[in-house]
Design a protein around this ligand. Structure first.
Ligand code: FE2
Length: 233
């Protein structure tokens, strides 16, 4: 039995000043229903339909993306802290100028032809997903009157059951924009907000081929239960 979430640990949903959120969140109160096979089963052999990619968005040599190299160690766990090995984890973020590799990004920030933009990885033993990439930049939210998103990384997780499907965002420690971000601060519980922020690891750790010349960040992503990461589109 999964303990119910405290609503303060989740986003308020519709964020004032960010009109897209009104279209992304339910307008009616959620209905509590018992968990049966519909919820407690999951997508089988998903990695066959959604093939994994390389764990490297930054490239190398003449094809190296602009920006500060980071090595991300994200651990996917369930409500009891048990690793969700085999989870399919999709990760995407903007480049070092704040531009997404997506047609909906109409900003005049320059694209980076060497930046891959997104990855799809399978969590290994220990629920661990490792990615070599560059630190994303902050970017101005269009039509927002001065709201800048802090650097952040989007995660979509397909766990073993449908209930562990989760879309959230990871933030970087110490960024002054974190305190002003409408999406992060739509989570009212400060401890739950803190769980959205990765930990900088000053000592090099992880496989050498991934951490070479990169700053290491660790992030724990809880997919279910009271400490579940907030849903952030
Ligand atoms: Fe974003």
């Amino acid at each position: 039995m999964v303990e119910p979430r405290d609503p303060r640990t989740q986003s308020e949903g519709v964020v004032a000043g960010y009109p897209q959120t009104a279209r992304r969140w339910p307008s009616q109160p959620l209905v509590v229903r018992p968990h049966d096979a519909g919820e407690l089963s999951g997508p089988a052999k998903l990695e066959r339909r959604l093939p994994p990619s390389k764990a490297d968005l930054a490239g190398r040599g003449a094809h190296r993306a602009l920006g500060q190299l980071i090595h991300l160690r994200a651990r996917v766990v369930d409500e009891d802290g048990v690793p969700v090995s085999g989870a399919l984890v999709e990760i995407w973020h903007c480049n070092s100028a704040g531009k997404y590799l997506h047609p909906n990004d109409a900003s005049d920030s320059p694209p980076d032809p060497n930046f891959q933009g997104n990855a799809r990885l399978v969590a290994g033993d220990g629920g661990l997903v490792e990615l070599r990439t560059i630190k994303p930049a902050a970017y101005a939210v269009p039509d927002s009157d001065g709201w800048w998103r802090p650097p952040h990384i989007h995660f979509s997780v397909w766990g073993r059951v449908w209930l562990s499907r989760l879309v959230t965002q990871m933030f970087f420690p110490g960024d002054p924009l974190n305190d002003h971000d409408a999406i992060l601060n739509a989570v009212r519980d400060p401890e739950a907000r803190a769980r959205c922020i990765a930990k900088f690891v000053p000592t090099a750790s992880g496989p050498a081929h991934l951490r070479q010349g990169a700053l290491v960040y660790e992030y724990q992503l809880v997919v279910r239960g009271r400490k579940a990461a907030p849903r952030m589109p």
